[in-house]
Design a protein around this ligand. Sequence first.
Ligand SMILES: N[C@@H](CCC(=O)N[C@@H](CS)C(=O)NCC(=O)O)C(=O)O
Length: 213
Amino acid sequence: MTTVLGAPLSPFVRKVRVALAEKNLPYDLKPVFPGSDEPEFRALSPLGKIPAFKDDRVGLADSSVICAYLEKRYPSPALLPADPAAYATVLWFEEYADSKLFHVCTEGVFFERIVKAMRSAPADEAKVAAALKELPTVCGYLEQQLAAGRFGGSTFTLADIAIATQFVNLQHGGEQIDGNAFPKLAAFVTRTLARPSFADCVAQERQVLSGKH
Ligand SMILES: N[C@@H](CCC(=O)N[C@@H](CS)C(=O)NCC(=O)O)C(=O)O
């Protein structure tokens, strides 16, 4: 059985779960928190980061590595284009999302307000404010790239998944994209999160956040 090891609120775990759902692949989610010493998890993820992954052929860590593997093993529907330039463009937006967007949306807002609350620690609102100060620059860049057709087109890709997943964490942290300033980006996030692959994950996460699961 294909298994994803991780916590559902992680943007990187969600990225892998959405890719699996888009490819119609069943899997189990084994709950594991970042830094866990659980032996199977540590063997799969020597850095102690989530997600980890295993199936009948391989054990892996890192959402980008896992998604690259899924793409090779299950090429249809494709989440990465065949054309070299389009392929590299998707990888660039995946990298931008995993680094810069993660820093602003997830580390800066979600971690401070949600993860710390789960640990009964107070949010550092100065850190949240610093992250939110960066948000317009990030959204401005994405708005412009979206208008140029560099992601968010008619063919759904890993770039779309990687970008949208970080904005879920921004929303969990109580913040939104300014739809007046960045209408294309706000619409992109709304329509991407309406896909069943995202909507199913986010519905489960809201249960976790409300303490019902
Ligand atoms: N590049 C990794 C990043 C994964 C990552 O940073 N996961 C976080 C949770 S959202 C984590 O496990 N952090 C624990 C740590 O950094 O020790 C990926 O794409 O999977």
